[in-house]
Write a protein that binds this ligand. Structure first.
Ligand code: ADP
Length: 242
């Protein structure tokens, strides 16, 4: 019934953006009182909240590791996050996304500093409009930083897509649904290392390279906003103790 909408008109996207333009990015740290670290990240209408607990005693005890902390990640879409009905029970998709996000974060957290402990990361998607895994990944890495967990770098996520034959940065839900390809990536902004990369659809080798270049440029911009958010939080603490 639903026909594919025109995704590029006069060089602009369905939401008026240029191909290489991000949605407005908003980031706030320390938004939850009870968690050891937290962050709220918005890429346009996609909103992700992350909460971190730990390092704390790993329970049940048999899951603990003698030489490092275990990292547990739960990615979850709130039942009210989509217009479609969404079951509150964890879906196969949510289990997969929890795994790929955990693997991305394991690349940056110095887990060997906390043997037998667990570090628990909860990602709750409050509103979904495409790119929830990448928004959630950015939120998780910032919540870990907010919890004071030693890390090699942050991880910033962003997805590049191909819609109506054009490569576009930071795709929204319609672009994800009706586009030809979707390339979500997670990048360490200081080292440039890639810690998450998935490709849904088909890109030529040339398009793939161009899409990665776009992702790096997007990550640089999101990282700037993340640094401003961290600065705001620590400046506030500095003012309070002064
Ligand atoms: P990502 O959110 O990382 O882009 P997907 O490509 O699986 O992951 O999903 C694309 C978009 O489709 C999501 O951002 C969300 O807007 C929508 N979506 C995903 N799962 C559901 C669901 N169970 N119900 C309704 N919408 C969903």
């Amino acid at each position: 019934m639903s026909g594919k909408p025109v995704l590029i008109r006069d060089g602009l996207r369905i939401d008026g953006r240029k191909p290489e333009e991000l949605r407005p990015v908003r980031i706030a740290l320390g938004v939850l009182k009870n968690a050891n670290g937290s962050a709220l990240v918005e890429y346009g209408n996609t909103k992700a909240l992350a909460a971190v607990y730990g390092p704390r005693e790993a329970l049940p005890k048999h899951i603990s590791l003698p030489d490092r902390a275990i990292l547990r990640v739960r990615y979850h879409m709130a039942p009210f996050s989509t217009t479609e009905r969404k079951s509150p029970a964890p879906s196969r998709r949510e289990i997969e996304l929890s795994k790929v996000i955990r693997e991305a974060l394991e690349s940056v957290v110095f887990t060997s500093q906390f043997p037998r402990a667990s570090i628990d990361v909860f990602i709750e998607i409050l509103q979904a409009d495409g790119g929830t895994r990448t928004t959630g990944l950015t939120a998780a890495s910032l919540a870990l930083a907010d919890a004071g967990i030693p890390m090699r770098d942050l991880v910033i996520g962003v997805a590049v897509g191909k819609v109506d034959g054009v490569l576009v940065l930071d795709i929204n839900e319609l672009e994800d649904k009706y586009g030809e390809a979707d390339l979500p990536v997670g990048i360490m902004p200081n080292t440039g290392e890639i810690v998450l990369l998935q490709l849904n659809g088909v890109l030529t080798p040339g398009e793939f390279k161009q899409a990665l270049d776009m992702a790096y440029k997007g990550v640089e911009q999101i990282y700037k906003t993340a640094k401003e958010a961290m600065y705001r939080k620590y400046y506030k603490i500095f003012e309070e103790v002064r």
